[in-house]
Design a protein around this ligand. Sequence first.
Ligand code: FAD
Length: 373
Amino acid sequence: MTMQGSKIAIVGGGIGGLAAALALRAKGAEVCVFEQAETLSEVGAGLQVSPNGMRVLEALGVAHALTDRSMQARAISLRDFRRSNEVLRIDLKALPEDESYWFVHRADLISVLAEAAENAGVILRTSQRVTGVIGAAGTGLAFADGSDFVCDLAVGADGINSVLRPVLNGVSAPFFTGQVAWRAVIDNTICHPPHARVHMGPGRHVVTYPLRDGRALNVVAVQERREWAAEGWNHPDDPINLKRAFAGFDGEVHQILAQVQKPILWGLFRHPVAAVWAQEGVVLLGDAAHPTLPFLAQGANMALEDAWVLADALDAPGTLADRLASYQARRLPRVKRVVGAASANARNYHLKPGPVRIAAHIGLRAVGRLKPD
Ligand code: FAD
């Protein structure tokens, strides 16, 4: 199979699926994206695109369209929960000129990618729920309405509840991390600067950053908990529960949480990184291969990197099996490192008052004073 004219079906019109569609189309493939949702519009809230993700968006030719609708991040500020005093500031203004970090609304990133994909000749089909593959080696997709689609390669970009992942890896049960997160977008009435503020308390933290032209504020509040909460992006909760969970945090956090009317609550689960990412005919990317906890803001960035590397690996000489194996080999070590670091960060944010927390904060302040060589 050469890329020119090969027929590629992508399951999932999320960030990874749309980025892969653009990258594969640029290599000459005929690409069709199948998305289960009725539309590709207003879903989700804020996410962070770091310089590694921006590099991919630049190469796909969509960076300007996105930055026009987004807010450039100037700092990441780690704060103590009681008085909001700063423990560490990562100054993003110090990044080299060609590297930038952005606060983005997920819906904006999806529409920029979808628009560019359609203009490039990618076929986007919504209301199409894939139920599995057809053919022993996965030569096509089966849909909930009984129809099917024959292709040379099926790309599983279908997120945390992927239907293609079990085709390659069997069913694996994720485990509850003992953490839940509320998410909301509110008006930015406190004139929050273009910083990501992480308010760190014992067993809990709150992250805030502005979106779009700065009038909106993205809020994510994480709490350790014994009880299970459903995994997924669409479970509304009572705002009282959110406010109660963060009693004891300083006035700025209260003022922000007081504005939240309709928080979405989701349980944070750990899934093992898939052992098998590809077999002839089927390949995984993004959350379908490696769901990542949100504590390093790398879920979307890893999906973008996967998309770029997949197209690059498929465009090389060799058998399809070799090219797919090269994609997995290029991605796996990096993804494992990032997924591990994201999981470890929750512990760092949630230290209880006492010597360990004091030592950690002194250490963080010292890191903040370090000057590059
Ligand atoms: P996703 O972006 O999750 O995309 C997967 C896509 O596959 C979805 O569009 C889904 O509808 C589709 N799909 C799943 N199963 C099927 C099927 N059987 N047939 C056809 N289509 C299917 N991250 C944040 O940091 N902030 C957010 O606010 C945020 N909101 C989100 C809202 C939604 C509705 C979703 C689905 C994800 C959200 N995420 C959010 C997750 C974030 O987008 C991903 O973690 C990350 O970008 C990796 O992208 P992905 O393409 O691998 O997966």
